[in-house]
Ligand binder design. Structure first.
Ligand code: GLA
Length: 658
């Protein structure tokens, strides 16, 4: 499906917001906050060590400035004068001494409380009705940044609560960056600019791909509301915490920078790997975030998870990010004109992860690996002619069944692979060659080879191969390796190589079976993994409860969480799928939320579906004809209202086969 951008972006006409006239946060704040890595277990040693590392490891030089403490830093009781007191066990030196230490390093210090009676962790008092005394204490201690949360707010209006703290902070006379952590509940982007310097647009981030993606999708359409002194805040970074690959963290970091988000490191820097450290320290990507024009990138297009973002910069350059949300390598591209650059005979596209200047005649494209992001800073005019040509190179599996990820390649079934090079430069490249290496024992037959000896602007050299995984590879993963070489005048022989991972699914079922007793070929889920014979609890695997829909308990089935997709390889052996579907009762008593739709696809065809089912609805039976289908795909959507509490059960899900 191709989604037109117009359909994605709500039509917003926004009068440019008036930022607070205090000259703070003219670029998005950068720094650290402990919450994502420690939760409540924060102590002064972590904060001191982080300040040291900021200086010693070049993060301060890269622009990171605020070292911030989140929830749980105070004692449960105020002192005799009604002032907050630092937790004696974890902050024995007190907050003033800690702030002094951070300041001694040439850095700034931030703190946290909630616009409620208690903070979110409920271990310390909040500032509701104590705004003046708390703001004054913060100012006296030397606090430079306040994150003001939204828990335990007694149902009092957000605007009133957040404005009171704004005024209290102002009264102290100390410049304090004011971060509204209101989770987007009352559309703070419509009123936040003259209350604080940044506002959370969503609930909390988690250290996993699905959550990062969900937040990206909520924050991206809010671009018109951001600007110097008033920023959308899609929450703190997870880079380095271990729940995503370094490639995924590179995407997370690139996209947050494109969205002019605050860059608050959320990892324990004492433990972050060198590769993830390099992500956080990429000065050229940071420069996009910190550009003084302060424009949040707009989505130019999103086709089936292939995204193009563009961010105009203060010197007239435009940053372009090509983001691949999917699990298959894909060519993603745009033009300088579409990104708003002036006409020019040529452009310099600087690759901000490879740190190389390239030349293009106007198209900016890349074969983007799964979950990766290519970021270019594009400049119209000279001296583009000095640069190496931008040649888009990659290895891509040609998808054979619509909706089924191309990298699912059953044993004994031939599939097609392409290795290609496209010259986007003004100048030609010569002698393009492409190679493919498959695992030993796989059947490989080349079906097309590039014939051109010269590639002109916009021309592609592609090799195509028909590849067949042999019998015996069922249930394994493998990698295809592509190689490209060409000559570029003045740059000699250029070579590229890269991989696409493949999944050879388990053999198709021989007899009828419950879906939860089969191995699936691919799984995506909005919160933790899809569970077998239990509901989707939280992020850890296996932490659900018995599948329960409106009080009815089901011993068998899949526990999903929207947005979700599970793919089974059937190889044409099955005839029917049946299930009783509905939103699980798991969080119903407390939350009274949750809605989803259930869709069953046989190869590319929708074979059964429900309308929106809510937490109040009983299970409904679904039955789908699978005759001849190679694949079964079980899809859950969020029902159109975001995915909070959308625990969605495929109860008694069963395949008739054999
Ligand atoms: C809320 C906030 C988080 C964090 C915790 C602390 O969930 O949104 O960012 O501050 O509270 O308890």
């Amino acid at each position: 499906m191709v989604i037109a951008v117009a359909a994605l972006l709500p039509v917003v006409s926004v009068t440019p917001a008036q930022a607070l006239p205090d000259g703070l946060a003219l670029t998005p704040p950068m720094g650290f906050n402990n919450w994502n890595t420690t939760g409540c277990a924060v102590d002064e040693q972590l904060i001191r060590d982080t300040a040291d590392i900021f200086v010693d490891k070049g993060l301060k030089a890269a622009g990171y400035e605020y070292v911030n403490v989140d929830d749980c830093w105070a004692e449960p009781e105020r002192d005799a004068d009604g002032r907050l007191q630092a937790n004696k066990a974890r902050f024995p030196s007190g907050i003033k001494a800690l702030a002094d230490y951070v300041h001694s390093k040439g850095l700034k210090f931030g703190i946290y409380t909630s616009a409620g009676t208690l903070t979110c962790a409920k271990t310390m008092p909040g500032a509701l009705d104590h705004e003046d005394v708390d703001a004054q204490a913060f100012a006296d201690w030397g606090v430079d940044y306040l994150k003001y949360d939204n828990c335990n707010n007694q149902g009092r209006p957000a605007l009133e609560r957040y404005t009171k703290m704004r005024d209290a902070l102002k009264k102290t006379g100390r410049p304090i960056v004011y971060s509204l952590c209101e989770w987007g509940e009352n559309k703070p982007w419509t009123w936040g600019a003259d209350v604080g310097h940044l506002w959370r647009t969503t609930g909390d981030i988690k250290d996993n791909w699905a959550k990062m993606l969900q937040i990206l999708k909520a924050n991206a359409p809010l671009a018109p509301y951001a600007g110097p002194g008033h920023w959308n805040d899609p929450d703190m970074l997870e880079v380095g915490n271990g729940g995503m690959t370094t490639e995924e963290y590179r995407s997370h970091f690139s996209l947050w920078a494109m969205m002019a988000a605050p860059l608050l490191i959320g990892a324990d820097l004492r433990k972050v790997s060198p590769a993830n450290f390099d992500v956080l320290r990429n000065a050229e990507v940071i420069a996009l975030d910190q550009d003084r024009r302060g424009v949040q990138a707009r989505v130019l297009s999103n086709q089936d998870g292939h995204w193009v973002f563009a961010k105009p910069l203060s010197n007239g350059d435009v940053a372009i990010a090509l983001f691949n949300e999917t699990t298959s390598s894909a060519t993603i591209g745009t033009t300088a004109a579409a990104a708003g650059l002036p006409r020019s005979a040529g452009y310099t596209a600087r690759d901000l992860w490879a740190h190389r200047d390239l030349q293009t005649a106007g198209r900016i494209s890349a074969v983007v690996p799964p979950h990766a992001t290519a970021v270019y800073r594009v400049h119209a005019g000279g001296p583009w002619w000095r640069n190496a040509p931008l040649v888009s190179t990659g290895v891509e599996v040609v998808p054979s069944v619509p909706g089924v990820p191309g990298e699912i390649t059953p044993a004994g079934q031939p599939f097609e692979v392409k290795v290609s090079a496209t010259d986007e430069a003004r100048v030609p490249v010569f002698d393009p060659r492409v190679t493919l290496t498959a695992p030993a024992g796989w059947h490989v037959e080349q079906v097309a080879r590039p014939r051109a000896v010269v590639l002109g602007t916009g021309e592609t050299a592609a090799g195509r191969w028909r590849v067949t995984p042999p019998a015996g590879t069922e249930g394994t993963t493998a990698a295809l390796r592509g190689g490209v070489s060409y000559r570029a005048l003045g740059f000699g022989q250029v070579t590229w190589s890269g991989e696409q991972q493949l999944t050879v699914p388990a053999a198709p079922p021989l007899t009828s079976a419950f879906a939860s007793d089969l191995r699936w070929a691919a799984e995506k889920n909005g919160y933790g993994p899809v569970e077998r014979d239990m509901s989707n609890g939280s992020i850890p695997a296996g932490d659900g409860k018995p599948l329960t829909i409106n009080g009815v308990v089901y011993p068998k089935g899949l526990g999903a969480h929207a947005p979700s997709e599970v793919v089974f390889y059937l190889g044409g052996r099955c005839t029917a799928f049946t299930a009783d579907v509905g939103v699980d009762d798991e969080r119903e008593a407390t939350n009274k939320q949750g809605s989803a739709t259930f869709e069953v696809y046989a190869d590319g065809v929708k074979a059964a579906s429900t309308g929106v089912r809510t937490w109040q609805d009983p299970a409904v039976p679904l039955a789908a004809d699978l005759h001849g289908a190679k694949y079964l795909r079980l899809v859950v959507t969020d029902g159109g209202d975001g995915n909070s509490y959308d625990r969605s059960d495929w109860a008694s899900a069963r395949l008739t086969c054999g």
